[in-house]
Design a protein around this ligand. Structure first.
Ligand SMILES: [Zn+2]
Ligand SMILES: [Zn+2]
Ligand SMILES: [Zn+2]
Length: 301
């Protein structure tokens, strides 16, 4: 049974690696096409989408690299393992996308002052190809394994779809009316899309890196639940944080009345915390009312 499930997960990993690989290849190839045609046609909307695609491809590569490192076993030098690389990769990706946004915005402001001419036909053609490729990429990613990074990548590809539509609209409007201001306007729209797609990724990765409480866990509720376990007088120094997405950890000090009930209290605590909040790794320090030296943490936290 053990061997069977092991083989199965290996196969899944292999499939995911392949789909992520194709997603990167598609995104990079099309980003380059967009960049070339963007420069040639003078369309900032196309260049914006190219920058977006480039940053996305890097994000996918970073995510794959992070998940590869993250699977390494814990060592005596890294007792928490390497799962955190996922959050670091997410943070890097979101910063990268914000750099792209700043670059596009500066160029868009410049084009509001001095309108550039745009060759509309190649813009329309590339935008249509982009729509097709983004649809395929979204479909591929949607089939793969879902974690913080791949979910974010999928969300990005959906916003790329909207980006391609924006490029198509800008090309069409310039083709029929020659109103080139639509180009920087829709480039700013693409920036907004990138920001919307990035802000959650940035917030979530920062929360993990800052040891924030998991969004689905209410610290006060945890405190009340722990206090409600019979035999516990008070609780202090409660910490809940996320090691890597989907892996919450908890530490707390509890003051108990009867030291003889120690093992039962610890068992009850572990069970209730796991059942109510899904936290499987808890570390509890037990204290009694009449211990000789007071707990320093009681005053500090
Ligand atoms: Zn994107
Ligand atoms: Zn442990
Ligand atoms: Zn304490």
């Amino acid at each position: 049974m053990e061997t069977c499930s092991h083989k199965h997960s290996q196969l899944q990993q292999l499939t995911y690696k392949n789909t992520a690989f194709y997603a990167v290849v598609f995104t990079v190839a099309f980003g380059i096409v967009e960049a070339i045609f963007g420069l040639w046609s003078g369309s900032l909307a196309l260049l914006s989408d190219a920058g977006h695609m480039g940053a996305d491809a890097l994000a996918l590569l970073l995510a794959a690299f992070a998940s590869w490192i993250g699977r390494r076993p814990t060592t005596s030098k890294h007792t928490y393992g390497f799962g955190r690389t996922e959050a670091i990769a997410s943070w890097l990706s979101s910063m990268l996308l914000l750099v792209v946004v700043i670059g596009i915005s500066i160029e868009a402001i410049e084009r509001f002052r001095i309108p550039h001419t745009v060759a509309s036909k190649p813009v329309i053609i590339v935008a249509i190809i982009g729509l097709v490729i983004n649809t395929i990429t979204a479909w591929i990613l949607n089939k793969g394994e879902k974690n913080l990074n791949t979910r974010a990548a999928l969300f990005h590809v959906f916003s790329d779809l909207l980006g391609s539509i924006a490029v198509l609209i800008s090309g069409t409007i310039i083709y029929f009316t020659n109103w080139t201001l639509i180009d920087p306007i829709l480039s700013i729209f693409i920036c907004v899309l990138i920001i919307i797609g990035t802000i959650n990724l940035l917030r979530e990765s920062l929360r993990i890196l800052m040891e924030g409480t998991p969004t689905n866990i209410d610290c006060n509720k945890v405190e009340l639940t722990i206090k409600s376990v019979s035999g516990i007088q008070t609780i202090h120094d409660l910490h809940i944080w996320t090691l890597t997405s989907g892996m919450p950890l908890l530490t707390a000090h509890v003051v108990i009345e009867d030291i003889c009930l120690l093992q039962k209290i610890i068992d009850d605590l572990r069970t209730v915390i796991q059942k109510e909040f899904g936290i499987t790794h808890t570390t509890i320090q037990v204290e009694t009312m009449n211990q000789t030296s007071p707990c320093i943490d009681c005053n500090n936290l």
